[in-house]
Ligand binder design. Structure first.
Ligand SMILES: [Fe+2]
Length: 252
């Protein structure tokens, strides 16, 4: 299994602060049967210079891969990042922000207010041959209030990711949303978004188990296959997405 959204690189964002934190997270990932990881530290183009960010990421990665015990963990890794949405992405060279040796790029959005220009920016990125992966889509109120907005982006060719912690939190609206999006095939991958072993640990195993129980093993297998296709930069099959419809006041 593959985790494609996590904050494991040391000292670069609000995730692991030290190499020891990173190693603890990697061991926790292994317990989740994760064999491959894309490291995705936060990058905000409005606040950070891209070259400085890439340099900091390289240094952080260097510190981790030279740490005692890293190679014993035996997890295959790629560098990536979680880019905060801005329309400036249209003018930026995004090749270095995509997951290493792939055409996939992870993008997050503000939680409450829908920013201007999402569709135009996503069309531009897709037009340059990159596939945006929309991070933790269960979080955004402007999608949960109107999932057709998410449907429209997926119809363009975007891929959507949900957090494992949300999937398993069935008593919270985010958990309900995450499962519903998977059911509609409007969410295509589950990842941990792990930040630390205490507060936000990796927990993809429980999420896959719950998907299997609620939606069936074909959904679980499909989610896992999607992560493999992305990691290996394979062409992503168009999902058979369902357009959400509002019936008796509920999205179905
Ligand atoms: Fe994240």
């Amino acid at each position: 299994m593959i985790d494609m959204h996590c904050h494991i690189l040391p000292g670069i964002d609000d995730g692991a602060q030290t190499v020891e934190d990173s190693l603890a997270l990697l061991r926790a990932e292994k317990e989740q049967e994760i064999k491959k990881i894309v490291f995705t530290p936060h990058f905000n183009p409005e606040r950070q210079d891209m070259d400085m960010f890439l340099e900091a990421r390289e240094k952080s990665w260097e510190a981790l891969r030279q740490a005692d015990g890293f190679s014993d963990i035996g997890i295959d890794t790629k560098l990536g990042c979680e880019v905060f949405f801005t329309m400036r992405l249209i003018e930026m060279d995004i090749s270095k922000l995509a997951f290493e040796n792939t055409r996939y790029i992870l993008i997050e959005f503000p939680t409450i207010n829908r920013p201007y220009g999402i569709t135009r920016t996503m069309q531009n990125i897709l037009g340059r041959g990159y596939t945006p992966i929309l991070a933790h889509v269960e979080r955004y109120e402007y999608f949960t209030d109107d999932p057709v907005k998410l449907y429209d982006l997926v119809s363009l060719g975007c891929i959507a990711q949900v957090n494992a912690a949300a999937v398993v939190n069935t008593s919270h609206m985010r958990g309900v949303n995450a499962m519903q999006y998977i059911n509609w095939e409007l969410a295509h991958i589950i990842s941990s978004d792990a930040h630390s072993v205490d507060r936000r640990p990796p927990n993809t195993k429980a999420a896959y188990r719950l998907v299997e129980k609620k939606l069936g093993s074909q959904y679980k297998d499909w989610l896992i296959k999607n992560t493999r296709d992305i990691f290996n930069n394979r062409y992503f099959d168009d999902p058979i997405i369902q357009k959400p419809k509002k019936l008796l006041g509920r999205w179905r």
